[in-house]
Design a protein. Structure first.
Lengths: 314, 256
């Protein structure tokens, strides 16, 4: 991207934030922010499950670690000042990354279902710890977390986080590290024989993925203003996994599109003019159809812009 | 004096009660083509796996020059200069031909996270050099036309070739080929024979070859080591091996 297009993009990005503040009602604004947070979670999972082929069911655990760290820090260290939110979210991300590293230590030899069980177990452990930790509210949850002052700020910072996540994970995906991970993904034994330390690569992938999981957690906490162990149950992990699979395992930008769809679709279905709530029926049917028609997800392993390039020829 | 590059001394390995490798010792001399043969289940592949670090020998020693290989993991074995191919081809199927080679090349480079994250000029330069080097290597083996096809869509013979090229890309001192002629027809085997000889002279490599195709082995090997039931039963130049009673017995059984 040239400098000029970068500036135009930045102006549009900021301008949109200010404009949307006036034009959208608060319901849609909340939806927009929650879509952004979902997409960070999905991209983080996509890196470990899509690119590195390590099936993880523990995203909720990393998100919870990030969310609690960030929430507690703003309240107890930074006196509820909203402008410290990016900093605390970053610290939360680092703590989550450390947690991810710890999980990867005993589990780098595991694959597929077995790794999924370990990560699932980790997420449950995290949830139960917070459930029994009275200092952070225990089952009552952690209340009155400082929120963004207005939509523009929330939009700008969360949006920036989405863009940074996309940029970092995409650059890593197409870099030498990504190539190592693809090779591991294809044939572990051959990759090892060619001189790649498998365990080290997997650990690093885990570290990076859980960092962004934690980052999403921080933004989640400050968007909601309230977190409880119940928000980080198995369902959250599954929801993130669904987004990732729909977007295409291995397509980082696909996760963003998929999280738009999966955030907006349930809300649209809510307004269907039926007496019973058909939302919970239509939604799974759509997913099943999707898996039958296009099992590799919307974009497979490709990124969105590769499709445009082919058509436009630029 | 002949310099030995890899030496195995009294290597033993047992799986439970089965002695897969017993007291095997042999040396590979610099720039020679050593064949390792034996009937099915003789322990050839086990010896390979011990050398490349997948199995740990119970006792004995393996040295490459003055580096002891016994305690090294497979990726470290590659770093000290041993590359291998597999009996059943193990390419990275969805990666393109050139990427397979780049992958091998990039293991020798210290990458910086900073540069790759910000896609600096230095990083892009490194990527470009890797690609040119990979392409020039592919060109030697006339695979450069196919550089961007996924490697899984290559025909069998070319996949074999690519696997050897990928092994060469990691710049080894010793190249180990595990049954490269398996599943090949006569003309493909002829090509392979030329390829191996070409590699050996052009890249000044030492090659260890496991093979079932006796014609190929007897034709191109400088020396041959024969294993049977985990033990070394003979070692020598092809003519000696052909005449060796024990070898004939191992392959054909005793005359009753």
């Amino acid at each position: 991207m040239s400098l000029k297009s970068k500036i135009i993009f930045l102006v549009c990005f900021v301008g949109l934030g200010i404009a949307l503040n006036f034009f959208l009602n608060s319901y849609i604004q909340a939806l927009a922010i929650s879509f952004m947070i979902n997409s960070i979670m999905a991209m983080s999972l996509n890196f470990i499950t899509g690119v590195a082929n390590q099936f993880s069911l523990g995203s909720a655990g990393f998100v919870a670690v990030g969310a609690y760290t960030s929430a507690v820090l703003t309240k107890e260290v930074f006196n509820d000042q909203w402008y410290f939110i990016p900093l605390t979210a970053l610290i939360g991300a680092c703590v989550a990354a450390f947690a991810g590293y710890l999980v990867s230590l005993p589990s780098f030899k595991l694959k597929g279902d077995y790794l999924a069980i370990v990560t699932l177990g980790f997420a449950e452990i995290v949830r139960v710890i917070f459930l029994n930790w009275n200092h952070v509210g225990g089952p009552r949850g952690y209340n009155a977390i400082v929120k963004w002052p207005n939509f523009t700020m929330a939009y700008l910072f969360t949006g920036a986080a989405v863009l940074i996540t996309l940029y970092v994970l995409y650059s890593l995906k197409i870099s030498w590290f990504g190539r190592n991970l693809w090779a591991l993904n294809e044939d572990e034994i051959a990759a090892e024989v060619m001189g790649t330390p498998i365990a080290k690569n997997k650990r690093t992938a885990f570290l990076i993925s859980s960092f962004f999981g934690g980052l999403a957690g921080g933004f989640y906490a400050h968007n909601m203003g309230y977190i409880s162990p119940g928000s980080f149950g198995f369902l959250l992990s599954v929801q993130v996994l669904i987004i990732t699979v729909l977007g295409g395992l291995g397509s980082i930008s696909g996760s963003i599109i998929a999280s738009i769809i999966l955030t907006v679709l349930p809300e649209l279905l809510r307004s269907l003019p039926t007496k019973v709530d058909v939302r919970m029926i239509v939604f799974p049917i759509l997913l099943i159809l999707m898996m039958i028609v296009r099992p590799e997800g919307l974009f497979g392993k490709k990124e969105i812009w590769t499709f445009f390039k082919k058509e436009g020829g630029s | 004096m002949i310099k030995s590059i890899l030496s195995l001394k009294n290597v033993n390995l047992s799986f439970g009660g089965i002695k897969a490798v017993q007291d095997v010792s042999f040396e590979i001399h610099e720039n020679e083509l050593l064949g390792l043969i034996g009937p099915n289940g003789a322990g050839k592949t086990t010896v390979f796996n011990i050398i490349s670090g997948f199995y740990k020998a119970d006792t004995g020693s393996i040295d490459l020059g003055d580096v002891c290989l016994l305690k090294l993991a497979p990726d470290q074995v590659n770093k000290v200069g041993i590359a291998r191919t597999f009996q059943n081809i193990r390419l990275f199927g969805n990666l393109s031909v050139v990427e397979n080679v780049i992958f091998a090349l990039q293991q020798k480079i210290d990458h910086s996270w900073f540069h790759s994250l910000f896609r600096t000029k230095k990083y892009l330069d490194i990527e470009a050099t890797l690609r040119t080097r990979a392409l020039s290597l592919l060109k030697i083996f006339s695979l450069d036309q196919l550089a961007d096809t996924p490697s899984k869509s290559l025909p069998y013979g070319l996949q074999r070739k690519l696997e050897i090229v990928r092994a060469l890309a990691s710049d080894p001192k010793l190249l180990i080929l595990d049954e490269p002629a398996a599943g090949m027809n006569h003309s493909e085997t002829e090509d392979l024979k030329k390829l191996i000889q070409f590699i050996k002279t052009e890249f000044k490599l030492t090659v260890l070859l496991i093979e079932h195709d006796m014609k190929l082995v007897m034709n191109i090997c400088d020396r041959i080591v024969v294993l049977n039931r985990g033990e070394k039963i003979a070692e020598g130049i092809p003519a000696e091996i052909k005449a060796n009673k024990q070898v004939i017995e191992a392959y054909l059984g005793k005359r009753s």
